[in-house]
Write a protein that binds this ligand. Structure first.
Ligand SMILES: O=C(O)C1=C[C@@H](OP(=O)(O)O)[C@@H](O)[C@H](O)C1
Ligand SMILES: C=C(OP(=O)(O)O)C(=O)O
Length: 449
């Protein structure tokens, strides 16, 4: 449905020291809401309208998954980006089916959950070095307890995974939330369709809680009744429920906005001013992100759904729990590299299990560029260099769109620029990020070599 695949994007970008202009870029649509609304629509009997779904490799992977679950997708208006999804009421495929989930972790986990209702499904990835290494063991254990026959790869239940769900049942199940919230979200999407309903106990704590609340919000909008406690460790989803067809409007994407905000926050020029709209106020990730920029001393303001940030402020060291804004951490780290003093971002152990190891790989690449970071098991310490960094080296994105964004921000504040390789992986969430940065005044040269 889109042309943002890695093959069509440059694999190397050169980011030179730059001054950013006043700019009002369009923010991409939210990945979190696109995935959830499209899935809820695919499970509803009848037609739903999705207005402004995200355009990225991750959303393409989800659309493939929706079709594999039996839904039909077509554009009502491709120009205006209105997508129609006709769902079947429950996952339906008469025979075995294979779904390629690209490099999309959330898509993989949500589809593992729902695919467990099919007679036979194989979930594969064409990114064996990234998603192919991420664990699914916790989710497969829960599904096995619910009667699904699961065959994953290796002890961590990596992709490819084949499941046969002929004997699936509901009841009560336990799932660990220590490494990812996506295992719980996957069970929540599945639970209303199980003939006995499902009671879920979450053990070992729960990461990325704002995204579980996003799952609950979307399920409720789709007409699903859920009982849960405030700690999000116990859920009861009654049986015999149906997803309702709806019209869904996708808001702007905070983690994408975070990358542009971080680039302007790190800019030393007071004339550089960024204005971003379509960013829903009250969004848990959004509010926490806003407070984080305030905390580092950025000149940031909000007017309704519009956020303005002016560069040229001397940023200072700060300390935050990074878990509530897990996907924004790489770019927040990049901004902190140019703050005065030390910053500490803690409670981020789950960053080891993303597209790359976002603690060790991020620190290694930024240190290569001249930044000073200390990776810890569950934290990142940043010793800021307000004077900027040397650069003049090649750094790699480790198959990770968010590392690419962080490295580009560092390049802007380097003396000799940075060559960033693996740049095609930006397509996972924000295919036009480098072009957008260029439109903001950054000197970004792209090449396929
Ligand atoms: O549920 C979701 O949509 C997501 C949950 C988060 O993962 P974890 O729960 O593994 O932290 C996040 O990093 C990912 O980009 C999307
Ligand atoms: C971690 C991410 O995605 P996922 O887990 O869905 O692959 C992300 O988008 O930063």
């Amino acid at each position: 449905m889109s042309d943002s695949s890695p093959a069509s994007l440059p694999s190397t970008v050169m980011v030179a020291p730059s001054t950013l202009h006043p700019a009002r870029p369009e923010v991409p649509s939210s990945k979190y809401y696109t995935l959830r609304y499209a899935l809820a629509a695919a499970l509803a009997p009848g037609e739903s309208r999705i207005v402004l779904p995200a355009q990225s490799d991750d959303s393409e992977a989800l659309f493939r998954g929706c079709r594999a679950l039996g839904a039909q997708l077509r554009w009502e208006d491709e120009q205006e980006r209105v997508l129609l999804i006709r769902g079947t009421g429950r996952p339906y495929q008469p025979g075995p089916v294979t779904i390629n989930v690209g490099n999309a972790g959330a898509v993989a986990r949500l589809l593992i959950g729902l695919g467990a209702m099919l007679p036979e499904v194989t979930i594969v990835t064409d990114h064996p070095q990234s998603l192919g290494k991420r664990p699914n063991r916790e989710l497969l254990e829960a599904l096995t307890a619910l009667g699904v026959c699961c065959e994953g790869s290796g002890p961590e239940g990596c992709l490819p995974i084949t499941m046969r769900g002929g004997a699936i049942h509901g009841g009560r199940v336990t799932v660990s939330g220590a490494r990812s919230s996506q295992f719980l979200s996957a069970l929540l999407f599945l639970s209303p369709l199980l003939p006995e309903g499902l009671e879920i106990d979450v053990v070992d704590g729960l990461k990325s809680q704002p995204l579980v609340r996003t799952t609950i919000e979307v399920l409720q909008e789709a007409g699903i009744q859920i009982e849960y406690d405030a700690s999000l460790l116990h859920f009861l989803v009654p049986a015999g429920q149906h997803y309702q067809p709806r019209e869904y409007h996708i808001p702007g994407d905070y983690p994408s906005a975070a990358a542009l905000l971080a680039a302007y926050a790190a800019s030393s020029d007071p004339a550089s001013q960024l204005t971003l709209s379509r960013l829903r106020p009250g969004d848990e990730v959004g509010e926490y992100l806003f407070a984080t920029f305030e905390r580092m001393g950025a000149d940031i303001q909000r007017y309704g759904d519009t956020i303005m940030l002016r560069g040229g402020r001397r940023l200072h060291g700060f300390e935050i729990d990074g878990d509530p804004i897990t996907d924004c951490i790489p770019v927040v780290v990049a901004a902190a590299c140019f703050a005065e003093g030390e910053s500490r971002i803690y409670n981020v152990e789950s960053l080891h299990y993303k597209e790359s190891d976002r603690i060790n790989d991020l620190c290694a690449e930024l240190n290569k560029a001249g930044c000073r970071l200390e990776p810890q098991r569950d934290a990142i310490i940043i010793h800021g260099r307000p004077e900027g960094i040397e650069g003049g080296v090649s750094v790699d994105g480790h198959n990770d769109h968010r590392l690419l964004m962080a490295l580009a921000i560092a390049g802007l504040r380097s003396q000799r620029g940075l060559t960033v390789t693996g740049a095609e992986h930006i397509a996972k969430s924000y295919p036009h990020f480098f072009e957008e940065l260029r439109r903001c005044g950054a000197d970004v040269q792209q090449s396929r070599g």
